[in-house]
Each structure stands twice: as structure tokens, then as C-alpha cells.
Design a protein around this ligand. Structure first.
Ligand SMILES: [Zn+2]
Ligand SMILES: [Zn+2]
Length: 254
């Protein structure tokens, strides 16, 4: 059992350590057929891809694809910028992308200062105090709103740093044909939640979230989870097969 593609990898365009070509070369060496380059969305305060770099990043992907024979998708791992489910993308950004990932990250410039403080503080104070039920509901609704508004392909590291009702998010994702990531670095839901999602027919994708080229394709913890819980392989779109992503146009739904 192995993955044929890794659709969440970072490069020096955000805070990864290696180039697009270096990620692709390692992927090829490890027997992968496809990868995606998914650096951080444009509102991240420390690690954002610059809008002005997207053209160059697209060229790098095309060149690395030619040199290695590996298919390379260009994506971004975008950020929430409001509780209404707004994301830091616009048509000028989306026109470069083949796939569109969304995950919660700290230190993101939000739509308003008030939301910026709330998105960061209310969720990260959890290290000291548990997150309240009303905050979890607010976070869950943010994900649901975003999935209704945008043509998202993958939700990355769900429940990491921002607690949500995992099942509610996953069921909404299923409605829109959005994949829930099993992240190679961290899986932040319980075995019960994983089994409930699988029983409901939610679709998953296994990705490394590599920030250096030697981590591309390293997803043992996700593979172990699938094995240990006996998750049907047809629910994991890149396990022993290649996924088909919905919509190449990546247009906003609204
Ligand atoms: Zn992330
Ligand atoms: Zn990432």
C-alpha cells in the first residue's frame, strides 16, 4: 500500500527549504507519479507566497514537470480571513492554480483587526484553557461557510490549532466533493472521528506537508492510521491510484 501522489508540499516560495525541482526529483526517486506545490496563501504574515511570484512559480512547475516527467500541480495552502468563511484568494491568484487547499494558520492578516485577534487568540489560548463550545461552533461554521463559497479541493490538517466539530465539517466537505487530508505530520482527530467519517463515506487524501524535499512522500503515520482502523482504500483517493481533482478552472463558486 502506497501513495502515488503527494499533494501538499512547500518550497522556498514560502518557508520550505527546497525548490520545486528538488521536491519533484525526490518524488520521482521515491516512485511518486505526481506532486503538488502548495505554498502558504498570500495573507500569511510570515510565510506567504508573493502574488508577484506566482507567474515564476508556475514556470518553475512547468519546467520541473518537463525535466522529471512527474506531473506537477500548482496549488496554494490558503488561509481563513473571516468567520464568514472568506479566504485569502481572488481571481488573480486562482487563475494560476490547478488545486486549492485551505487550512487554518496562525499569524494571518484577516479581513478586520477584530477578527484577526479573535481568530488567533480565541483558538490559541486553548493551550492554557479549553476552547469553549461556542468558539468550536463558530470555527465549524467558518469552515462550512468557506466550503459553500469556494471551489476548494482539500481541507488540510483539520482540527489542528483550531478546534472544530470534525464530523460536521467532514459531512459538508462530502457534499461539495472536498477531500479531508490525512496529514503526514499530524492527525488531529480521534479514531472514533476517523471511523465515523469513513462510515459516512467521506473521502480522504494522504499528503506529507513536506517543508523539505527529503520529507516529500513521507506519510507513514497516515498510512498506519488507515491500516490500523481498516479504512476502505477506495475512500483514500491517492492510495494505489491517482486522484481526479474537480474543476480545472478553480473559479469561485459565488
Ligand atoms: Zn498548514
Ligand atoms: Zn502546509
Amino acid at each position: 500500500m502506497y501513495i502515488l501522489g503527494d499533494y501538499h508540499t512547500h518550497t522556498t516560495y514560502s518557508h520550505g527549504k527546497n525548490s520545486v525541482l528538488e521536491n519533484a526529483l525526490i518524488a520521482k526517486k521515491k516512485g511518486l507519479k505526481e506532486i503538488a506545490i502548495t505554498d502558504h496563501g498570500i495573507n500569511h504574515k510570515c510565510f506567504a507566497v508573493k502574488k508577484s511570484d506566482l507567474e515564476k512559480l508556475r514556470q518553475d512547475c512547468n519546467e520541473a514537470e518537463k525535466l522529471t516527467g512527474i506531473k506537477i500541480y500548482l496549488g496554494l495552502e490558503c488561509n481563513f480571513i473571516s468567520y464568514d468563511g472568506d479566504i485569502d484568494v481572488d481571481k488573480d491568484v486562482l487563475k494560476y492554480l490547478d488545486i486549492f487547499l485551505v487550512g487554518y494558520h496562525k499569524l494571518v492578516k484577516a479581513k478586520t483587526k477584530k477578527e484577526e485577534i479573535s481568530l488567533f487568540l480565541r483558538n490559541n489560548i486553548s493551550k492554557i484553557f479549553p476552547v469553549s463550545k461556542s468558539q468550536i461552533d463558530k470555527n465549524t461554521n467558518m469552515y462550512i461557510n468557506a466550503m459553500k463559497k469556494y471551489n476548494i479541493n482539500i481541507i488540510t490538517h483539520l482540527n489542528h490549532s483550531m478546534k472544530v466539530d470534525v464530523m460536521k465539517v467532514a459531512l459538508e466537505a462530502k457534499k461539495h466533493n472536498i477531500l479531508i487530508e490525512l496529514n503526514g505530520k499530524r492527525i488531529c482527530f480521534s479514531d472514533k472521528e476517523m471511523l465515523d467519517m469513513a462510515n459516512a463515506g467521506v473521502k480522504f487524501i494522504i499528503n506529507s506537508d513536506a517543508h523539505s524535499c527529503n520529507k516529500v512522500g513521507e506519510v507513514n503515520n497516515a498510512i498506519n492510521l488507515v491500516t490500523r482502523l481498516n479504512i476502505p482504500h477506495d475512500l483514500v483517493v491517492n492510495l494505489d491510484k491517482l486522484p481526479k481533482f474537480k474543476g480545472n478552472e478553480n473559479e469561485l463558486i459565488q
